[in-house]
Design a protein around this ligand. Structure first.
Ligand SMILES: [Zn+2]
Ligand SMILES: [Zn+2]
Length: 162
């Protein structure tokens, strides 16, 4: 069994199982590192993680709910929405999850909720830089690198067409 499969298996068993009675007044800290592919993005997704995901979770217990404050750090690879250049960036996200509990709650499995929230928090509409000029719609030239002849033509008023 490859290492990543093993980790995925562990994630799905009991690593992120939080035993409610073990949470003290000051809360409880959990740390784990998952392989980049553990959140299960499909190959069709525009963004993929390319570094292990460091997840720090702090859980607190209330009367009828358990709060999990999650902070995750990784790195992603995607492409610019305008010029299609590959973009690789460090990535971090933080969110809070709430789980209903009552006197009979033994443990809560938080891994699936964390996984879904991580996916929801992935960046979208990524640009290589804020002022990316994109590709020429006429000839496909990357306008960050070159000024094609089409740009000159497009700049001229085309009142005749209207
Ligand atoms: Zn770009
Ligand atoms: Zn062009």
């Amino acid at each position: 069994m490859p290492a990543c499969r093993q980790a995925l298996h562990d994630l799905r068993s009991d690593i992120m199982k939080v035993f409610v009675h073990k949470i003290g007044l000051e809360g409880m800290k959990l740390e784990q590192t998952l392989p980049a592919d553990a959140i299960g993005l499909s190959g069709a997704d525009d963004v993929r993680l390319i570094a292990p995901i460091d997840i720090k979770t702090e859980v607190f217990k209330g009367e009828d709910e358990m709060i999990a404050k999650v902070a995750a750090v990784s790195r992603y690879e995607s492409f610019c929405g305008r010029c299609l250049e590959t973009v690789k960036r460090d990535w971090s996200t933080a969110f809070t999850l709430a789980f209903d509990i009552d006197g009979t709650t033994d443990f809560i499995e938080i891994d699936e909720d964390i996984r879904q929230e991580l996916i929801l928090n992935l960046p979208f509409r990524i640009l290589c830089r804020e002022d990316c000029r994109g590709l020429c719609v006429e000839c496909g030239a990357n306008l960050n690198d070159e000024r094609c002849a089409c740009a000159v033509r497009a700049a001229k008023p085309e009142k005749a067409k209207i």
